[in-house]
Design a binder for this molecule. Structure first.
Ligand code: HEC
Length: 379
């Protein structure tokens, strides 16, 4: 595809991904907070479990939650399904456009594993599917009745995925794949468990039977998993813009911190929505802040001390071989039509101008040269 049109496709799909993602996360947050804020004492109609009075956008709302279901099925029932499905679909298309089509630049790092583009794409897709199958298997196993062991197993699964990705893909692709791995589980939770269970309950209602409460319970459990994974996924999805995150050799450690921080912050909001006493959950903020400090400490750049001095012509030579194919006014690299981020590295003046950025990107975080197609060494 033409590079310019490819960039447009990338931008439009990315935009769509953000829009539907915000829709999905928005409804997820709304319903979690609704559930937590239910008043169980104010019971109006038969079968109502709890109610909530809300005010928004100039109007008052009175919401009733039925468990298991209302006595009769209402004429009009609003489903919340497409937000999740479209988030997955647009995310997958973005993965194809950004990482599979430009596998040599973004997905593969020959010094990590010299894969062919189709092999890398196949590993990527297979890993997402396998991840879901293992997670779903865990949730259906006897472990399911034990919240903490189940949570620890899911956590271990994600860290295993992080370690796996670091050993096959480029560092930036590895972290974004951890995000895709979790995101796939979340979307599949909606597609394969939450919605089918709701449909079963609706069918039972239509048949005039009492819907089985177990369907709702399982759906709610998956929905809670999704809720706690939301914030970590968001950070993992923007991680490629922050190479210091993926520069750490033990990616699982960084992923651990991201998941714990995100889940703790989510827990803070959930308890606040539930109207708990502030003192009973404020600890989450302190622990999250401590973990953020730990993450900053762990990702702090190492001091790199060069050996001896290099001449301008040697520097220019390195740039010509390893950088200027992309970082030029008219790049020779087939995947670029203009200098990425407007960083041109064609003259000593250019290089001096961007010296600090080059230090972070190429020396400290080793994010450049992108995909290390020219096999630049640390020396
Ligand atoms: C295959 C193409 C390619 C090669 C080769 C390449 N880069 Fe880059 N570079 C990029 C792209 C793409 C970006 C933008 C990255 C992003 O958006 O995350 C970038 C961004 C940068 C940035 C700017 C980062 C910022 O946040 O503003 C610097 C500095 C940089 N590269 C330096 C280098 C150096 C030094 C080399 C050679 C050692 C190099 N690049 C080789 C494609 C390349």
């Amino acid at each position: 595809m033409d590079v310019f049109l490819g960039d447009w496709a990338n931008l439009l799909v990315r935009w769509a991904h953000m829009i539907v993602g915000i829709g999905w996360i928005g409804t997820s947050f709304y319903f979690m907070s609704l559930d937590y804020s239910l008043d169980l004492k104010e019971r109006k109609s038969i079968g109502v479990f709890g109610t909530s009075w809300q005010v928004h956008g100039g109007g008052f709302y009175h919401v009733e939650k039925f468990t298991v279901a209302p006595p009769t099925l209402p004429q009009k029932l609003h489903w919340f399904t497409w937000e999740a499905y479209l988030t997955f679909l647009t995310g997958f298309v973005l993965l194809v456009i950004q990482y599979y089509f430009n596998a040599k630049s973004y997905l593969i790092e020959p010094t990590v594993m010299p894969l062919l583009p189709w092999q890398a794409a196949a590993i990527s897709m297979a890993s997402l599917l396998v991840g879901w199958l293992i997670y779903d298997g865990l949730c259906r196993s006897p472990l399911n009745d034990h919240t903490l062991p189940l949570a620890l197993c899911v956590f271990a699964l994600i860290l295993g995925a992080a370690t796996f990705y670091t050993h096959v893909f480029s560092p930036r692709a590895a972290l974004v794949h951890v995000g895709a791995f979790i995101g796939t589980i979340m979307a599949a939770n909606v597609f394969a468990v939450i919605v089918p269970n709701q449909r079963k309950m609706v069918a039972q209602l239509i048949r005039g039977e009492t819907p089985d409460a177990k369907y709702g319970k399982v759906g709610k459990q998956r929905s809670i998993h999704n809720n706690y994974l939301t914030l970590p996924v968001l950070l993992l999805m923007v991680s490629p813009h922050y190479p210091f995150l993926s520069a750490h050799p033990q990616s699982w450690l960084i992923v651990t911190l991201i998941i714990l921080i995100g889940a703790l912050v989510r827990h803070f909001f959930n308890r606040a929505d539930a109207g708990d006493e502030f003192g009973s959950y404020v600890w989450t903020v302190f622990v999250a802040a401590f973990l953020v400090m730990a993450a900053i400490y762990l990702t702090a750049p190492a001091t790199v001390i060069g050996k001896g001095t290099v001449s301008d012509s040697e520097v220019l030579k390195i740039s010509e071989v390893h950088c200027a194919s992309c970082h030029a006014k008219t790049p020779k690299h087939e995947a670029f039509k203009e200098a990425p981020k407007n960083v041109t590295l064609e003259s000593i003046d250019d290089i001096k101008r961007f010296a600090a950025l080059i230090q972070t990107q190429a020396v400290v975080n080793r994010a450049m040269p992108l995909g290390n197609q020219t096999q630049m060494t640390q020396d």
